[in-house]
Ligand binder design. Structure first.
Ligand SMILES: [Zn+2]
Length: 197
């Protein structure tokens, strides 16, 4: 778990302006938390997927897992593609939790940048001194991996890994996020990444 000052309240106005499940773009379908849906042969999946091994209860596990992380049961031999579940959460002061399942753009007035990635959910944060850029950083989700990218911000973004000094993110250079990593965006806005699966 990362550390942040739980007493600090930067008046975060969180939430995605667009519910990705309502964009009409099948590719951006959002699944309920911890969806566990093994796919039947021939199923057509339109949302993001990842390769997983399942236990007999259908829990989603990383391919390299030996036993189910949730129930301890044995795992199927063959990996299969499943709808991507919530992989983690961004935890903001005040216990505001943003599920990480699709890409996110965090900023004081976030916009989806036109590129080849699926449309992100938008997370708006309060930044009275404008230290946080309009679109400050992007959380990228690929397969099981979650990365953070600074979107060329004026004031930069700091990443604090457990036991290490804060490091400034290099603009447009994705960095892998691990459980407990803390992101500091400016104006007292920070969050930490909590791995769920
Ligand atoms: Zn299980």
């Amino acid at each position: 778990m990362g550390t942040f000052d739980p007493n600090f309240d930067p008046e975060i106005t969180l939430w995605p302006e667009d519910d990705p499940s309502e964009t009409g773009l099948g590719e951006h379908t959002s699944f309920p938390e911890n969806t566990q849906i093994p796919l039947k042969p021939g199923s057509v999946v339109t949302g993001p997927r990842l390769l997983a091994v399942l236990c007999s209860a259908g829990h989603i596990n990383r391919v390299e897992a030996q036993f189910c992380a949730q129930c301890g049961g044995p795992l199927q031999d063959e990996p299969c593609w499943v709808p991507r579940p919530v992989l983690g959460e961004l935890v903001f002061p005040g216990e505001y939790r943003v599920p990480v399942q699709i890409d996110l753009v965090i900023g004081r007035d976030p916009r989806a940048v036109e590129d080849s990635r699926p449309a992100p959910a938008l997370v708006k944060v309060h930044s009275p001194n404008n230290e946080v850029s309009r679109s400050h950083c992007r959380i990228q989700v690929d397969n099981w991996q979650v990365r953070v990218v600074d979107l060329g911000t004026k004031n930069g973004s700091l990443l604090v890994k457990s036991g290490l000094k804060p490091t400034a993110l290099v603009a447009f250079t994705p960095v892998l996020l691990h459980d407990g990593d803390q992101l500091i965006l400016g104006d007292g806005v920070s969050c930490y990444y909590k791995e769920v699966l």
